[in-house]
Design a protein around this ligand. Sequence first.
Ligand SMILES: *Cc1c(COP(=O)(O)O)cnc(C)c1O
Length: 396
Amino acid sequence: MDSLDQTLDQELRQLEAMHLRRHLRNLDGPQGPIIPFDGREVVNFSSNDYLGLAGEPFLIAAFQKAAADFGAGAGASRLLSGNQPPHRLLEEAIACFKRTEAALAFSCGYSTALGTIPALVGRDDVVILDKLSHACLVDGARLSGATLRVFPHNDLDKLNSHLSWARNKFPRGRILILTESVFSMDGDLAPLAGIVALKNRFDAWLLVDEAHGIGVIGPEGRGLVDTLGLGSEVEVQMGTLGKAIGSAGGYISGSRSLIDLIINRGRSFIFSTAPPPAQAAASCCAVQWLQSKEGRERVAALTQNRKLLPELCPDVVPETPPSAIVPILIGEEDATLALAKRLLDAGLFLPAVRYPTVPKNKARLRLTLTAKHRREHLEALATANLSRCQPRGGPL
Ligand SMILES: *Cc1c(COP(=O)(O)O)cnc(C)c1O
């Protein structure tokens, strides 16, 4: 034990010296725009609960009812005895919401990618992914054993040349392109129409991770793929139920054949206990609610806050951001941490994001907006004057 602890402590000290050591902090209540955080109340600009559903009474009630009806846990894998009505209802609701033939629910978004990508491609195939793809897409791609190629963020020319190379080298192989629709750290959008055109040209498949698109993009929050009318062109749509949906879990939506194949080949689906039925029921309730009048109004409230931000903080956010994620690039890790601390002292929680989540010296504050932020919360940001702390380069 001594030797393990000594070795690991040394590694931790190295992280500390590089300003890269992380610590857990405590949220002492439900997620919301104002949170009790490490012993005080702060305005919360760190949450992915974009629609404020995590603390929503009707969702909590759906969760409680399903727990009472079906138990606290599913007790077995979906392929054994763990397949309960809430799981099936959730998948029907997602397929309907995403306007696809079928859908499959997982315990979380991370395990969705880890199970799905290796089910679709293997050693004789190629995966081509955007440089800024989320860790779960990278890990799923690595796990598949396929040859990997990375294209610079949103660079269609480079994607084109990778596709051309892959088609030549693997004439009969499968080629799978991976991208996010809304990028989790930069908040910008993938050029999906261009990617779809290239994919069709080279006979490749496309997986789009809508983790930050669902609940945010489009009047009912159906995501970027649906909003651009590309639903029938994207073979594999993926997302999480833990962000705007306010619950937990991940999903794949697409054709019946796609879903049946993952049920048979997706190892994180097969060899894992089914998600708690209450989690599935709450997710199902949220997905259906999004399509109601109230749901549409909630998505519109988030859009409204996105528009309000550049009005109140034009120096750091010159234009309406394309999503709910607003990066404020600082650069060095220590300067970013110092700024985050100053803001926290002023009662504003904007998390510092640094390596390895983003490249070295691209440290930033990552501001996320929700439908529940009120005007005065955004005004507090303006008063805190983030612009004074901007490096010469200005915002990202
Ligand atoms: C959060 C996130 C995931 C993982 O989803 P979880 O349900 O939290 O495991 C996947 N992809 C992206 C882009 C994410 O931001």
